[in-house]
Ligand binder design. Structure first.
Ligand SMILES: *[C@@H]1O[C@H](CO)[C@@H](O)[C@H](O)[C@H]1NC(C)=O
Ligand SMILES: *[C@@H]1O[C@H](CO)[C@@H](O)[C@H](O)[C@H]1NC(C)=O
Ligand SMILES: *[C@@H]1O[C@H](CO)[C@@H](O)[C@H](O)[C@H]1NC(C)=O
Ligand SMILES: *[C@@H]1O[C@H](CO)[C@@H](O)[C@H](O)[C@H]1NC(C)=O
Ligand SMILES: *[C@@H]1O[C@H](CO)[C@@H](O)[C@H](O)[C@H]1NC(C)=O
Ligand SMILES: *[C@@H]1O[C@H](CO)[C@@H](O)[C@H](O)[C@H]1NC(C)=O
Ligand SMILES: *[C@@H]1O[C@H](CO)[C@@H](O)[C@H](O)[C@H]1NC(C)=O
Ligand SMILES: *[C@@H]1O[C@H](CO)[C@@H](O)[C@H](O)[C@H]1NC(C)=O
Length: 439
């Protein structure tokens, strides 16, 4: 049995680490500063977009002399970002997206616009040039199937609802903004070929957009809040989204450049805790069932043997028993002893793989490790029952009370009912056994 419990303990730890790996790595932090480099293109899904001259040209530039009329393009970060999760209600991630855009008209006037987008789909919609800014097209505009939210920088008044040819707007599954503000209010002109520093912040409740002018020397002007709009992104977008940029031209054209980008998105728990318990309990139950089957089989064989052999050698009997001290001495060089020592020093968390870089829930790890120690208790009667183990795993019960010093094995192992009244030694549940050391 000792071997089985060591194995069980290892599996618990492994399953826990797996669960940690699964529930992390959902945040997204990426930085292209002060500018983009050619090999950054490997990080992006680019459709009709290019990384040229240290910037993303979200629609093609004119360096090859080709026509750039009626174009749309998308440049999205290749890995998805976990925007929200369902875990005892909806948890929304927060993010901070900071970028510098530069729009140079190629006709007088120029058009059409550039946008920071959060989208379910990385594919560029067909026929999304012109007024559609690569965000939606005539079919998906106004439809929930568009699954896109955008902060648009529009340089053309393409339809009556468009405020002017120099505005920032918030678009939800539609090219018609739910909120729009003229940049002329802040002395900014998107079409002047200046660098505009934009900061889009979502705190889980409001989408807030700040704009400033950055001059040729990199000096940034006053930070202007364009708008702060309350929006539940989880109502319009799936849990995993792509973030990046889209842009378009029409029969009037412009260069749509993004010169730098820093995106910081927070981690959120992703409800894979449920999955984690499955990962843990499945192997656990298997191992326990195997152990029980093994024990029963072994006892059967042993009983038969008993009938044949006489009890002339007690030591042989002890050695053969599932509770034999010799077997438990196997632990002395084992992981359990090491962990128990750490626990004694109050540093049980030092036993966690440093690769996790503390990206785990302290209480959960501690609970798992304590449970593991509990399962390694030298006295089988003090190990938690199958029922308790499952309750601890599902969070219904607290981890077992484990003595800070690993108790010595005492033969014969005694059930906890062998208490103070049966035995003159008083004290806690475990005291009689350590007091009887050396018997
Ligand atoms: C990304 O950065 C934010 C803020 O700095 C931090 O809270 C978060 O843990 C980071 N996420 C990842 C996956 O590194
Ligand atoms: C660009 O699109 C507009 C509007 O659909 C169209 O009138 C024009 O002919 C197109 N230009 C080219 C060169 O395709
Ligand atoms: C967002 O990021 C920018 C640039 O990285 C930083 O200056 C700003 O303080 C951040 N804002 C928040 C609310 O985190
Ligand atoms: C780019 O988007 C168009 C639709 O607008 C699609 O037909 C084409 O396959 C996409 N190209 C790539 C390389 O994804
Ligand atoms: C786009 O869809 C909106 C509904 O969200 C509708 O009001 C608007 O007229 C449509 N815009 C165009 C240009 O068709
Ligand atoms: C913005 O700049 C462009 C290009 O210099 C110019 O044509 C346009 O009149 C300017 N708009 C405003 C509102 O100043
Ligand atoms: C913005 O662009 C205009 C026109 O190109 C230029 O005159 C002006 O100096 C620029 N402003 C800054 C702060 O770079
Ligand atoms: C959030 O947006 C609402 C309007 O949609 C606004 O009244 C509120 O002030 C905003 N909150 C913050 C913190 O800006």
């Amino acid at each position: 049995m000792s071997m089985h419990f060591s194995l069980l303990f290892m599996i618990l730890v492994l399953a826990f680490l797996m669960g940690c790996a699964l529930s992390q790595a959902q945040g997204l932090n990426t930085s292209y500063q002060p500018s983009f480099q050619d090999d950054d293109k490997a990080d992006f899904i680019l459709n009709n977009s290019y990384i040229v001259l240290n910037a993303i040209q979200v629609t093609p530039d004119v360096s090859n002399g080709a026509l750039i009329v009626n174009m749309s393009g998308r440049a999205l970060y290749g890995k998805q970002f976990k925007l929200w999760s369902e875990n005892k209600g909806i948890t929304r991630a927060s993010f901070n997206s900071t970028f510098v855009i530069n729009i140079s008209p190629q006709t007088v006037p120029g058009g059409e616009g550039l946008a920071f987008i959060i989208a379910a789909d990385h594919n560029l919609p067909q026929n999304s040039e012109g007024q559609w800014l690569g965000i939606v097209n005539a079919e998906t505009n106004g439809s929930g199937t568009a699954n896109i939210v955008a902060v648009e920088f529009d340089t053309r008044k393409s339809y009556t609802e468009d405020l002017d040819d120099n505005h920032v707007g918030l678009d939800v599954n539609s090219i018609n903004s739910i909120k729009q503000v003229s940049l002329t209010n802040f002395g900014l002109n998107l079409s002047a070929g200046n660098d505009t520093l934009v900061n889009v912040i979502y705190d889980g409740k409001n989408m807030t957009v700040f704009v400033s002018l950055r001059d040729k020397d990199g000096v940034v002007s006053r930070r202007n809040q364009a708008f702060s709009e309350s929006i539940d992104l989880s109502a319009y977008l799936p849990q995993n989204v792509f973030v990046g940029f889209s842009a378009s031209t029409s029969s009037v054209t412009q260069l749509n450049c993004v010169k730098s980008w820093v995106f910081q998105g927070s981690d959120i728990g992703d409800g894979s805790n449920k999955l984690l318990w499955v990962y843990i309990t499945a192997p656990l139950v298997t191992i326990l069932l195997m152990s029980i089957a093994f024990l029963l089989l072994w006892k059967l064989i042993y009983r038969k043997k008993q009938l044949v052999d006489s009890y002339d050698n007690v030591e042989e009997e002890i050695k053969g028993s599932s509770m034999a001290p010799l077997k438990f001495r196997d632990y002395s060089s084992g992981i359990a002893n090491w962990l128990w020592e750490l626990y004694g020093y109050g540093r049980i968390l030092d036993g966690v793989d440093p690769k996790l870089e503390e990206e785990y829930q302290v209480e959960e790890v501690e609970c798992m490790l304590l449970l593991g120690l509990g399962c390694c208790h030298p006295n089988p009667h003090h190990r938690p029952s199958m029922k308790t183990v499952l309750q601890v795993l599902t969070g219904e019960a607290a981890p077992p009370n484990v003595p800070t010093k690993r108790p010595n094995f005492v033969w014969p192992a005694m059930p906890p009912s062998f208490n103070a009244s049966d035995c003159s030694l008083a004290g806690g549940q475990l005291a009689p056994f350590s007091d009887m050391d050396g018997r």
